[in-house]
Write a protein that binds this ligand. Structure first.
Ligand code: BGC
Length: 720
């Protein structure tokens, strides 16, 4: 259809029909509506009528090709305008083939693999009947108490932006109309959901506009620059106004300033939540605020269908606002080709062929090995072939390694660590015990664990957080491992044997009681369907770990938020003339995190030398070339992620002590040297000034290059 045909269609619709297009309900409403004349419990409770469902625009969380075809057919039989439903769902890091959680994907520093993961997820979802995914989630995160940090790629705006683009490219491909095995992407949660106070979900966000623009907005913008079709609002307030009713954010910034003309959807229930937030008296005011802010689709509450008809008829809301929203929704349906083929990619044969295929699982494996971060290694790893291994812990045999956003994945089918190690080491070399549960355990479990530990040469402890301990509404104030697991470490460590802890979890943890107790620590995150295989290959050295943290591991929760690109303060710790007491520091802990952004070990070592900068001066139309020689000084080949950071020594407003500006991966054989070469230009030195203008300041800049954000070589130049 062309745009005029869509406008003609809208002309034929009643006001109620149009408003129903703005309603999004979860799958059970449609299954219930199948039985003619039956109004199910939730429908009644929400005040949803069958007519609203018949005219509704989209459905949430339905998957399965045959069923989706049936639901669409049933819908089209009833809908007098022949407008197909949009099927939307959260395909965050895989559909059935589950990839590592996004925070882990971030640690790969590999945007090609990230793109590939989204492409695979899109294919599986699309053939199962899904048209839109609620991803990527690109909220910048600094507070590991917040359970949703596992959905983000981390604390850096530049890296998050690269991943945002890669995910959008992977989900959407080049041409959504032609490629039916892709899905439209919906970037979320706009905006700054990751900055919730005290790391508590759904909590207040209060940032200066400069801070918002400088750190939090770039990744959403990057996703939109890549052509992302949809945006989802966040639950939080921004400068006192909840995002889902925030005109300044949505109409002014997103629509007018950024020119976004795609579909804007509220998060689940967020329109009605304007009432408890305290900016709407009732559903009518909530609907008014949301539609005037420009929210097109209301997810899972019914303020629009209940209240917009009267708001329009009374003249309080211009019908043009409703028409605009409907047009955007119809345009998306049209772009997805739904008017010509309402089933789009849904295809039971393709579903049987591609979903959870070997090829897809291989892609998940590849990303899992590239996302697993070696945090500590006192010559314990890789495991020696001849060693007998005791594998102990609640994650030794657990399939709960997919992470909280894997509703369609199967924990049963996930490759478990014990099975993978048994396959690689041989049955006779591996003994396995649970040791304890995630949060509780028995003396008997502990005794069994100690028994096999005593018999073995080396011990691997598979520990972590159950997936429901992170993710949405999975916030914690104590981000250590649960006490029972710390006890297990204590008891096992007392045996004095080479011990490795492998962590399965969704956030940077406070590693007290772990890092200081054992010789090696591996952060596996929630590695996904092939997790056990990936971790086993890292443990035995079949793959040399290369991942790097994209979120700092705090020394303790009391430091949080602790992140690498912070300001220096007027009284920085460690300055030459610093006083003993009156500096910015803690009395009982270091300022620095335990493990900084960019950090991660390898089974080899890399030496950096000869940092050179092509000139001491840069102008607005010249570029600098920065290069460094890196040598693999160990005995196995490895991949080094060489990172370039910059510091603006004197800005109009204070500038971070380091900012990532680029990275290069070098794969080096033992003894081999390589050169990492970066180019820097004036544009990369721009930032938001106090009047929000985006420009650079002349003056001195420091350059840092190294294998993480802390251990670097340094140089400087002048921007004139
Ligand atoms: C989450 C979103 C998600 C939506 C739909 C909400 O609770 O915040 O991230 O896309 O549910 O499932």
């Amino acid at each position: 259809m062309n745009n005029q045909q869509l406008l003609d269609l809208i002309d034929k619709m009643t006001l109620e029909d149009k408003i129903a297009q703005l309603l999004q309900l979860a799958a059970p409403f449609y299954e219930g509506a199948e039985e003619e004349g039956q109004i199910t419990g939730p429908m009644e409770a929400m005040g949803i009528t069958e007519s609203m469902i018949t005219h509704s625009g989209s459905i949430l969380g339905y998957a399965g090709a045959a069923g989706a075809i049936e639901v669409q057919n049933a819908h089209l039989r009833k809908n007098p305008h022949g407008i197909p439903l949009l099927f939307m769902a959260d395909i965050v890091h895989g559909f059935k083939t589950i990839f590592p959680v996004p925070l882990a994907i971030g640690c790969s520093w590999d945007t090609d693999l990230a793109q590939k993961s989204a492409e695979v997820a899109a294919r599986e979802a699309a053939v199962s009947g899904i048209h839109v995914t609620f991803a990527p989630m690109v909220d910048l995160v600094r507070d590991p108490r917040w359970g949703r940090v596992m959905e983000s790629t981390g604390e850096d705006p530049y890296l998050n932006s690269l991943f945002a683009k890669a995910f959008v490219r992977g989900f959407q491909g080049e041409d959504l109309t032609a490629e039916v095995e892709r899905v439209a992407a919906c970037v979320k949660h706009f905006a700054a959901y990751g900055a919730s106070e005290a790391g508590r979900d759904y909590n207040t966000v209060d940032l200066s506009e400069r801070q918002l623009r400088e750190y939090y907005l770039p990744a959403y913008k990057a996703a939109l620059d890549e052509g992302c079709e949809m945006v989802m609002t966040s639950f939080n307030t921004i400068d006192g106004i909840p995002a889902s009713g925030n005109q300044k954010l949505m109409r002014k910034l997103l629509r007018e300033e950024w020119g976004f003309d795609g579909v804007l959807i509220s998060d689940w229930g967020a329109v009605k939540e304007l009432i408890p937030h305290g900016v709407a008296e009732d559903e009518r005011e909530a609907a008014y605020r949301a539609i005037t802010a420009g929210i097109d689709i209301e997810m899972m509450t019914a303020c629009y269908v209940h209240e917009l008809p009267e708001l329009v008829r009374s003249g309080q809301v211009d019908e043009a606002l409703v028409n605009e929203s409907v047009l955007r929704i119809l345009q998306l349906k049209n772009k997805l080709g739904l008017f010509d083929n309402p089933h789009r990619g849904a295809n039971p044969e393709r579903e049987a062929e591609v979903v959870y295929s070997r090829e897809h699982r291989d892609a998940a494996y590849e990303l899992a090995v590239r996302s697993t971060v070696l945090l500590k290694n006192d010559n314990i790893l890789p495991l020696q072939k001849e060693s007998s291994v005791a594998l102990i812990g609640p994650f030794a045999q657990s399939g709960d390694i997919l992470g909280p956003w894997s509703w369609s994945g199967s924990t049963e089918n996930a490759v478990k660590l014990d099975a993978a190690l048994r396959e690689r080491l041989g049955r006779e070399k591996l003994t396995v015990a649970t040791g304890c549960g995630i949060e509780e355990g028995t003396q008997e479990q502990l005794d069994q664990a100690l028994e096999i530990a005593k018999q073995a040469d080396v011990i691997v402890l598979a520990l972590g957080e159950a997936s429901e301990m992170s993710g949405e509404a999975g916030c914690r104030t104590d981000i250590r491992l649960p006490q029972i697991q710390l006890n297990l470490i204590e008891q096992i460590a007392a045996l004095g044997k080479p011990t490795t802890v492998v962590l399965f979890n969704g956030r940077p943890l406070d590693l007290h009681g772990v890092y200081d107790k054992v010789g090696a620590v591996v952060e596996a995150w929630y590695p996904g369907s092939e997790g056990g295989a990936a971790v086993a290959d890292i443990l035995i050295g079949a793959v040399n770990p290369s991942a790097r943290l994209t979120m700092s591991f705090p020394y303790s929760v009391g430091q949080v938020p602790v992140y690498y690109n912070h300001f220096n303060t007027g009284r920085p710790q460690g300055a030459e003339d610093a006083q003993v007491r009156y500096v910015s520091q803690y009395l009982d802990a270091p300022n620095t995190p335990l493990l900084p952004f960019g950090y991660g070990l390898s089974y080899t070592t890399f030496q950096y030398e000869s940092l050179t900068v092509s000139s001491e001066q840069m102008t607005s139309d010249s570029t600098l070339t920065v290069s460094v020689d890196v040598t693999n000084t160990g005995t196995v080949s490895g991949i080094e992620t060489v990172q370039l950071y910059v510091r603006d020594i004197s800005g109009e407003v204070v500038r971070p002590v380091r900012e990532l500006k680029g990275f290069v991966k070098l794969e080096l054989a033992p003894g081999e040297s390589g050169k990492a070469v970066f180019t820097l230009n004036e544009e990369q030195l721009r930032y938001h000034h106090s009047d929000l203008s985006f420009k650079s300041d002349p003056g001195r800049f420091d350059i840092f290059v190294g294998g993480n954000s802390r251990d670097t070589l340094q140089h400087s130049f002048i921007l004139s």
